[in-house]
Design a protein around this ligand. Structure first.
Ligand code: FES
Ligand code: MG
Length: 587
């Protein structure tokens, strides 16, 4: 399409730069954007002003390559007849931010909403990548609802060590075990871990970053085939240019997030999440996005639509390969096509290129069937989440596909009920308490114990810590018992493959059932029926609740920053996306 073919849609930027009713303010708005070289002619020419929401910086290395990519985005914008204005988004670095990067998802969201709403922008390119940058940007675009297109920074190249692939995050769990076993020393540990990050880009495993970037494409918010392109590849530069061109057209077509982010789009994303072996953080972020765009999406929808979907993508931590392999094998379109052939994709869902996901992905071939498996030859059946409920919490999720044969043998293989187990609760209040006491023999942890982590949710930690996957105590590991069932109101890193029950809502700090649990209580988990309960009487629970309330509720650490205090006062639980409750009414 050329400029002249576009239907005439009034640009919101004209209210700033070309408003005949208010010449004084127009002059005032204009003059400061002229001071770095944009001309009055350009700003009043009727060309769309396109924001580039820049999430890259030295503080956020995963997204830093966007500083380069933005140059190609600008060229695309300019060539399609737009004017680019690049601006910073509050940086989020998953591994570097204390106490946790998830505290900042809602902060970056709020900041970006103000920028998109309050400045003369007709459309925006969202530069996504590291875990929380993707939901923060999409949530903001959904709230303001101006034309928006996402651009992944892309995964890092594959990591290698002595001829084997080393994947981001996943290698840390392995390297820790090697160091504990005395097979490597500390410098060797650091070298092994660093081998997994050989280039610019985000985590090359199917952690939360690869998950959320794949889902941004499955939702229709990125150009088809773009999510999996590794950051340093030339194709990444090319797609950046095409993304810049496309957003200008989207402004002329008035194609907005609410046109794309429909219930069908979320159903597609849930199914793709199962097929790629996506992170347990995905429900938190997608449920948040849905609430900001006004789509009804519940935690139960994840089981309804996603549980039966098999695992097709053979990436670490669930499988063996990494980001480059995923791209060469066909990326998101190849996965979508496999699901589509089974009638599992809502094919009419619209995407940013103006076509449906069905039209974009139909016939997309798998280029390497070791990395992306065919639907009839999956890595594992039922790769989605099981939702659990009971007197411990109103919801928590578990990825059934990560239950190892050993875990199954130790805990689940009872003839009368092959999906249920009972055990003695051992309760930790936050990660520090766990680290101090896990090896204390006085806890008397044995193979029938169930480890609980509480005080790790959106309010308790705050932001929610990735700490639910806990190791067994040393004295059990020496006896060959390495895995114990873990349950908690915190999260777990997308790069960890532990069989934990997590994201429990409501958390202990919000008065959930976990706050009433005591070490020594019997608990019963039934994965088949989807229940998780403390086996004490209702009267006893009522007494404990009275005591808890008399004691001022569940105690959690003091706020360390103003934002922690503000967020703790207004945040919702994981089940509903950990959103700022006053924010979900805005559109
Ligand atoms: Fe940023 Fe994994 S830590 S993408
Ligand atoms: Mg993470």
């Amino acid at each position: 399409m050329t400029d002249s073919n576009f239907p005439k849609i009034p640009l919101r930027s004209r209210a700033w730069f070309d408003n005949p009713d208010n010449p004084d303010m127009t002059a005032l708005y204009l003059e400061r954007y002229l001071n770095f070289g944009l001309s009055q002619d350009e700003l009043q020419s009727g060309k769309p002003i396109i924001g580039i929401a820049q999430t890259g910086s030295d503080l956020s290395p995963c997204n830093r390559h966007h500083l380069e990519l933005a140059k190609r985005v600008r060229e695309g914008i300019r060539e399609a007849g737009g004017i680019a204005i690049e601006f910073p988004v509050h940086p989020i670095q998953e591994t570097g931010k204390r106490p946790t990067a998830s505290l900042d998802r809602n902060l970056a969201y709020l900041g970006l909403v103000e920028l998109l709403y309050g400045y003369p922008l007709d459309g925006v390119v969202l530069t996504i990548g590291c875990d929380k940058t993707t939901p923060a940007c999409l949530m903001a675009a959904a709230t303001v609802n101006i034309p928006a297109i996402a651009l992944s920074v892309g995964p890092m190249l594959n990591g290698w060590f002595r001829g084997e692939r080393t994947g981001s995050g996943t290698i840390v769990w392995k390297a820790r075990e090697l160091m504990a076993a005395g097979e490597i020393d500390y410098p060797g540990f650091v070298k092994l871990v660093a081998s997994s990050a050989p280039s610019t880009g985000y985590c090359n495993t199917m952690g939360t970053a690869s998950t959320m970037n794949s889902l941004a494409e499955a939702l229709g918010m990125q150009l088809p085939g773009s999510a999996a392109i590794p950051a340093p590849y030339r194709d990444r530069q090319e797609i950046s240019y095409l993304t810049g061109k496309r957003i200008v057209e989207m402004v002329h077509e008035d194609l907005k997030p609410t046109d794309i982010l429909t219930k069908d789009a979320f159903v597609n994303a849930i199914r793709v999440n199962s097929a790629i072996g996506g992170s347990t953080n995905a429900p938190i972020h997608l449920n948040a996005l849905a609430r900001h765009v006004g789509v009804e999406l519940s935690i139960d929808d994840w089981q309804t639509y996603g549980e039966e979907i098999p695992l097709l993508v053979n990436l670490q931590p669930a499988g063996e390969y990494l980001g480059e392999d995923y791209y060469h094998a066909g990326g998101v379109p190849a996965v979508v096509n496999q699901l589509m052939e089974q009638g599992l994709i809502k094919e009419d869902a619209l995407t940013v290129n103006g076509r449906s996901i069905g039209d974009n992905c139909r016939g997309a071939v798998i280029e390497d069937e070791k990395v992306i498996r065919r639907f009839d030859d999956p890595l594992k059946p039922h790769a989605g989440f099981r939702v659990l409920k009971g007197n411990l919490f109103s919801s928590a999720i578990m990825k059934l596909s990560v239950i190892s044969p050993k875990f199954r043998k130790t805990y689940l293989e009872s003839p009368e009920d092959p999906m249920a187990f009972e055990g003695k609760a051992v309760v930790f209040d936050g990660p520090e308490d766990y680290h101090h006491r896990i090896d204390d023999p006085a806890l008397d942890i044995d193979e029938n114990s169930v480890l609980f982590m509480r005080g790790a949710g959106p309010i308790g930690y705050p932001g929610g810590a990735e700490v639910v996957n806990m190791r067994a105590p040393d004295y059990l590991i020496k006896r060959g018992i390495t895995e114990l069932p873990c349950i908690g109101d915190g999260r777990q890193s997308g790069t960890s493959g532990s069989p934990s029950i997590l994201n429990a809502s409501p958390e202990a700090a919000a008065g959930g059932g976990l706050a009433l649990l005591r070490t020594g209580d019997r608990v019963r988990i039934d994965l088949g029926r989807g229940t998780a309960d403390i086996l004490v009487s209702d009267e006893e629970l009522a007494t404990r609740r009275k005591d808890l309330e008399a004691n001022g509720g569940y105690h959690f650490p003091a706020h360390q920053t103003p934002w922690q205090e503000i967020q703790r006062g207004i945040v919702s639980q994981f089940e509903t996306g950990m959103v700022l409750q006053p924010a979900v009414t805005y559109q």
